[in-house]
Design a protein around this ligand. Structure first.
Ligand SMILES: C[S@@+](CC[C@H](N)C(=O)[O-])C[C@H]1O[C@@H](n2cnc3c(N)ncnc32)[C@H](O)[C@@H]1O
Length: 412
């Protein structure tokens, strides 16, 4: 039965939230202030009609909105979405008891040309039919897509290539993830989930790579064919990323985060870049400072190291493969660094923040893709004698609830 509710706010995942006598009701595609008609299904409401639309409502431009789980807020104007993400960061700081009034800048829009990397999912139905696309909203089912307007122009050909690779692996009948990255020398595709692939299948995959002009094709990081070496320009360096490794989702996102990190280190002479990946920050920071970089992924560290050695005009870069959850840099090891930059995965950098809290490092630049763990780590730093001097939210994942942040802390 339909009921009418007023939306009070956007939830942490981008759903409209209405307060009802039975508790909060979460309604996808409904916006704050709107009066909507919904059909209740547990704690979720299915949107039937928008009776009083929000002035911030805009038309969706992708036909898959509502089905595809990739976008949660395509119908919210971009200006409001940027404000909302800033609010998510402020709320996370408040929950962790981190005072941030007047310290959180406006959100920087870093969608740029669009996503340069995407993970497509492939599933084989009981009838053997192949679907390639993104996960459905609130489900593990796949929405087969023919295009995604959020992808950068350089990703043209990514979906057809992913489909062809999945079709070639169809005999395995396994759910696959196909990670496609647009590099400066073409598409780099890493397929996961297939298990070991016998030689005849590898030969067929190599033909698919040829037909789709892939720079490189790998299975679980094991290179099937490298027709061209994948290369990414990072500052003055050229990096050849390992198959399927981490990369910021948009080129603009990487650049904006690196620029904010560079502004954060200011005139520092010795910097540590922890959770460095292939060197998105380290290779740029090394234009003005000596950099020590560390990350758990050995191939990423090796790629960074090779790029730094081959680049002209960088200060000294040293890189170490190291698990920073288990073995954070100790206060003793942190001696001599003017600034520490860290950019951990979603779990945050708790162990490293605890070590920093008892160190003498003057400044910490915390880059994060999870406001909740950032706020937790911020509280640890503040308890250890740092103060938050500023934080900038960055919107790299347009229409999603993800927000990146660069926050700067200084010793009091
Ligand atoms: C958000 S990425 C940041 C990478 C890099 N700063 C960039 O912008 O491309 C997080 C990085 O943390 C690394 N990582 C994950 N767990 C780790 C751990 N326990 N110890 C060290 N590094 C880890 C991943 O390999 C990944 O490169």
């Amino acid at each position: 039965m339909a009921e009418r509710v007023r939306i009070e706010q956007l939830g942490a995942r981008g759903d409209g939230v209405a307060a009802t006598p039975d508790g909060p009701l979460y309604i996808a595609r409904a916006l704050p202030g709107e009066l909507v008609a919904v059909e209740r299904r547990g704690e979720r409401g299915v949107l039937l009609d928008v009776i009083e639309p929000s002035p911030d409502r805009v038309a969706a431009y992708c036909p898959e909105v509502g089905r595809c789980g990739g976008c949660a807020t395509q119908e919210l104007s971009q200006a409001s979405a940027l404000d909302w993400k800033r609010g998510l960061l402020i709320e996370a700081f408040a929950r962790a008891g981190v005072a941030c009034e007047g310290l959180v800048a406006s959100t920087v829009d870093a969608h740029g040309a669009g996503r340069r990397r995407a993970t497509f999912h492939a599933r084989f139905g009981a009838d053997g039919r192949l679907s390639v696309g993104f996960a459905e909203a609130k489900s593990h089912a796949i929405v087969a897509i023919s295009d995604c307007p959020l992808l950068a122009p350089a990703m043209v050909g990514a979906l057809p290539a992913a489909r062809a690779v999945a079709a070639t692996l169809a005999s395995k009948r396994k759910p696959l993830d196909l990670i496609v990255t647009a590099t400066d020398t073409g598409l780099d595709l890493d397929a996961r989930g297939s298990g070991p692939v016998p030689e005849p299948l590898r030969l067929r995959l190599a033909r698919v790579a040829e037909e789709h002009d892939l720079a490189r094709l790998s299975i679980h990081g094991d290179v099937v064919v490298a027709r061209r070496k994948p290369v990414l320009q990072i500052g003055r360096a050229q990096v050849s990323p390992p198959p399927g490794g981490f990369l910021q989702a948009t080129e603009a996102g990487e650049r904006v985060l690196a620029e904010l990190a560079a502004a954060g280190i200011s005139k520092a002479k010795r910097v540590a870049d922890l959770f460095c990946g292939v060197g998105a920050f380290a290779l740029r920071l090394a234009e003005t400072a000596e950099v020590f970089a560390a990350d758990a992924e050995r191939p990423a560290v090796a790629a960074l190291d090779a790029a730094a050695r081959a680049a002209q005009g960088l200060k000294r870069v040293t890189a170490e493969a190291r698990d920073l959850f288990r073995r954070p840099l100790t206060p003793n090891e942190l001696k001599g660094f003017d600034v520490v930059v860290f950019d951990p995965p979603r779990a945050g950098a708790e162990a490293q923040a605890r070590a920093l809290a008892t160190s003498g490092v003057r400044r910490v630049v915390a880059v994060s893709c999870n406001a909740t763990t950032l706020a937790r780590d911020a509280a640890i730093l503040i308890a250890g004698g740092y103060r938050l001097t500023g934080a900038t939210p960055v919107d790299q994942f347009r229409h999603s609830a993800h927000v990146e942040t660069v926050a700067v802390f200084e010793r009091r």
